[in-house]
Write a protein that binds this ligand. Structure first.
Ligand SMILES: NCc1[nH]cc(CCC(=O)O)c1CC(=O)O
Length: 326
């Protein structure tokens, strides 16, 4: 009998591309395995207006329904963007069985056609509306372009760019609308996945805009006691990505970071050493706490914990609680 793996995923273009990548890698590592992709349409995708907080944050909105299907035995595995997985709560019964080789972790600027990067830079952002719902991106943007206006903007990666090009107004969760946006900040990896990397006007280095914990990493989750699936997933696990995952997520854990937290974290491995930087910001971009530490790459949790505790010592908890949804 051939083994089977049913992998659940959101049905967006980006999520499908990520899941197809998992399937390709499984096919190389274990040609005998029959992989089936099962598409989900979670509430966070169906409702394009509300703030995600209404649906339990990114975790509830994107991850919850698919996780339930794994727990119920309807799926062997679930694809998640690691950065969308809540980092402050246990998920009993489930484990991250594999992390794929990390894609570029950075954020990029996408401009509406006709606008120039030069104008944006010279004006320090004055008169520009930039669409993003990430507190982290908003805070870093305000440091880079102090005069910029940040507006509510949601949608799957390809949809977001289409809305930008069509100068669509964005409906606000509380009623009313804003826009149109002049530019977006999005993950480079997401843009690459949907074939829109050619629209990137500027990449932000990790120094300019520290990525979200887990950004650029595709994770595959499965039942902790499903040893057949775990064995297959181990074959496609990238150890370096998994170490970065462990370090960055330990920071989220120590900080009890909720889904709306302005927390950034990025681990880089160089030989046997890991360099981990993490930061906590307030939405206005006024307060900014950042910590960098180096440590042995094979002890990522230890390093993550030390960085998290340093951030707490510098007052991170207050900033995080200020943005915690009620
Ligand atoms: N919240 C949506 C989401 N989840 C993961 C990515 C990007 C790809 C990744 O980090 O793996 C995106 C889009 C974006 O942030 O622009």
């Amino acid at each position: 009998m051939t083994d089977q793996m049913r992998i659940g995923t959101r049905k967006s273009t980006m999520a499908m591309a990520q899941t197809e990548e998992i399937a390709r890698r499984l096919n190389v590592a274990a040609p005998e395995l029959a992989v089936e992709i099962v598409k989900f349409d979670p509430v966070g995708d169906r409702d394009q207006t509300s703030n995600l907080l209404r649906h339990g944050g990114k975790g509830g909105a994107f991850v919850g329904e698919i996780r339930d299907a794994v727990r119920a035995g309807k799926l062997h595995a679930a694809m998640h963007s690691l950065k969308d997985m809540p980092g402050n709560e246990d998920t009993p019964g489930l484990v991250i069985g594999a992390t794929l080789v990390r894609d570029p972790p950075t954020d990029s600027l996408v401009l509406r056609p006709g606008l120039s990067l030069d104008e944006l830079t010279r004006s320090r952002g004055k008169g520009f509306k930039i669409g993003t719902n990430a507190v982290r991106r908003a805070a870093y943007l305000r440091r880079l372009f102090p005069e910029i206006e940040v507006i509510h903007f949601r949608g799957a990666a390809d949809t977001r760019v289409r809305k930008l090009d069509n100068r669509e107004m964005q409906r606000l969760p509380g009623g009313g609308e804003v826009g149109p946006a002049d530019a977006l900040i999005m993950a480079r990896s997401g843009l690459e996945r949907v074939g829109l990397a050619n629209r990137i006007a500027r990449d932000f280095s990790p120094q300019e805009m520290l990525p979200a914990a887990g950004q650029g990493i595709v994770a595959v989750e499965c039942a902790a006691n499903d040893w057949v699936t775990r064995r297959y997933l181990a074959m496609i696990d990238d150890p370096a990505a998994h170490l970065a995952c462990d370090a960055e997520r330990e920071v989220l854990w120590v900080l009890n970071g909720h889904c709306n937290s302005p927390i950034a974290g990025y681990a880089m491995i160089n030989g046997g050493e890991m360099c981990l930087t993490a930061s906590v910001l307030d939405e206005a971009g006024e307060r900014f706490i950042e910590v960098t530490r180096m440590g042995p790459a094979d002890r990522p949790r230890e390093l993550g914990r030390a960085v998290g505790l340093d951030l707490l010592d510098k007052g991170a908890a207050e900033l995080i609680e200020k943005t915690r949804p009620l």
